[in-house]
Design a protein around this ligand. Structure first.
Ligand code: SF4
Ligand code: SF4
Length: 414
């Protein structure tokens, strides 16, 4: 696509990146068919090709309006369009750049401004979020529906094995997950312990930065990344750990991008690139030990349970990990049911479910209908945001897939 960027952005790193991305789009529109918001709304400007065109206009210096911002706000950043695009257009990076400019040109007002500020300030602070979650559980019944949905009942985490193996990895605790489902990282530690890998959480690490970054506080997101790098680096430098393990695919896609986010930072660029390269989704780690896992599971097959797997967008489109978890669950003796339209977003999308509740709920209804078609007794996922969002709309238990493997391997209850 021919592009003439305006002077305000032309010679900046963001401008150069945006120009290269815009030039790679041939405007074919293949991506439109797999865009969840285009499917719901039927408006070209609520699909990737239309949004790319809007961003091009913004970066070329044309007028920016609230309507421009609305079409970008409605985008889930699910990156289904990237998976479909035959030209390799990096839409996710382009929309980050476009949104940042639009936010400055058309400042938000009133409740929208307050809501986004509150999410940026509150969600990434793990201790504050944890205290609020405890309080929220006490008054859950009287909370408004959109908040009630975000307060899952407490479930026991179970024991965390001591650090006893020569092979060691670091787990990101994150911000929301420890309060919402501490069982996920504990289950991961138990499964990896059985595979002779010790898992540790490092003090000082916290939110991966995705929350602030995607709420257009991009510098705040970078600060979160730097803090995590500082917390992890001493153990990495001493050669004590071989990987950084992500149990939420939404965090994984962000941490794997640290090298890109901090590429212009003279102090952190090198460390960020090294950390990005050693970051693994937990499915990648467990799949690397699949022979040992199969050996351990031989004697532990339980009753046949039908499971529908919801592959989060951050896993399948963001990290391009496809089919791996399904194989691991099948190896653990679960029966995977087919899921129609598995490429489509469930509507969770970080803070999207709070900012665009109507679209988000419609996407959840569609996703739960597809997940339920095979008669599954359980829904498995790989991201805490998707899990909480889906669970609020169904009585079928929704669990992280590693908890299912843990239940088979260690007998820990689901
Ligand atoms: S993003 Fe890709 S699929 Fe979509 S219009 Fe551009 S080239 Fe075509
Ligand atoms: S990221 Fe998702 S919602 Fe946004 S344009 Fe691409 S496919 Fe559509």
């Amino acid at each position: 696509m021919q592009t003439q960027l305006a002077d305000f952005i032309k010679n900046t790193p963001e401008g150069r990146e945006a120009e290269a991305i815009l030039r790679s789009c041939v405007h074919c529109g293949f991506c439109t068919a797999t865009c969840p918001t285009y499917q719901l709304l039927g408006d070209e400007l609520d699909g990737p090709r239309g949004r790319i065109y809007l961003i091009k206009q913004v970066l070329e210096g044309h007028e920016v309006t609230e309507k421009t911002r609305l079409h970008l706000d409605r985008c889930l950043t699910c990156r289904s369009c990237e998976s479909t695009c035959p030209s390799g257009v990096q839409y996710g990076r382009l929309v980050d750049i476009g949104r940042h400019v639009v936010e400055q040109r058309v400042p938000r007002r009133g409740a929208d401004r307050v809501k986004r500020w509150a999410l940026r300030e509150f969600v990434p602070r793990g201790e504050l979020f944890g205290s609020a979650m405890k309080a929220g559980r006490l008054v859950r019944r009287v909370l408004p529906e959109t908040l009630r949905e975000k307060v899952p009942p407490a479930r026991a985490a179970g024991p965390w094995p001591s650090v006893r193996h020569a092979r060691r990895m670091i787990a990101l605790a994150g911000c929301a997950q420890p309060a919402m489902a501490p069982s996920i990282n504990a289950a991961t530690a138990r499964v990896l312990d059985a595979l002779e890998i010790s898992l540790m959480e490092m003090p000082g690490a916290g939110c991966c930065g995705a929350v602030r970054f995607h709420l257009n506080d991009q510098e705040g997101g970078r600060e979160d990344a730097r803090r995590n790098i500082d917390a992890w680096w001493p153990a990495i430098e001493r050669g004590e750990v071989e990987a950084i393990v992500m149990t939420a695919s939404g965090c994984g896609v962000q941490v794997k991008d640290y090298g890109h986010l901090l590429a212009e930072d003279p102090v952190y660029a090198e460390r960020a690139a090294r950390i990005a390269a050693m970051t693994r989704d937990v499915s990648e780690v467990v799949a690397g030990e699949s022979a040992r896992l199969a050996e351990l599971l031989k004697a532990r097959r339980g009753e046949t349970v039908k499971v529908a797997f919801q592959s989060p967008c951050t896993l399948q489109h963001g990290q391009r990990i496809r089919g791996v978890i399904e194989q691991l669950l099948a190896a653990a003796g679960f029966v995977l049911t087919p899921v129609r339209d598995g490429h489509l977003c469930c509507g969770s999308a970080g803070t999207y479910s709070l900012l665009q509740p109507e679209l988000s709920h419609r996407l959840r209804e569609n996703k739960l209908a597809a997940l339920g078609e095979g008669g599954a007794a359980l829904i498995a996922s790989a991201n805490i945001g998707c899990m909480t969002h889906l669970q609020a709309g169904t009585a079928t238990p929704v669990r992280h897939w590693i908890e299912l493997v843990d239940s088979r391997l260690n007998g820990f209850p689901l």
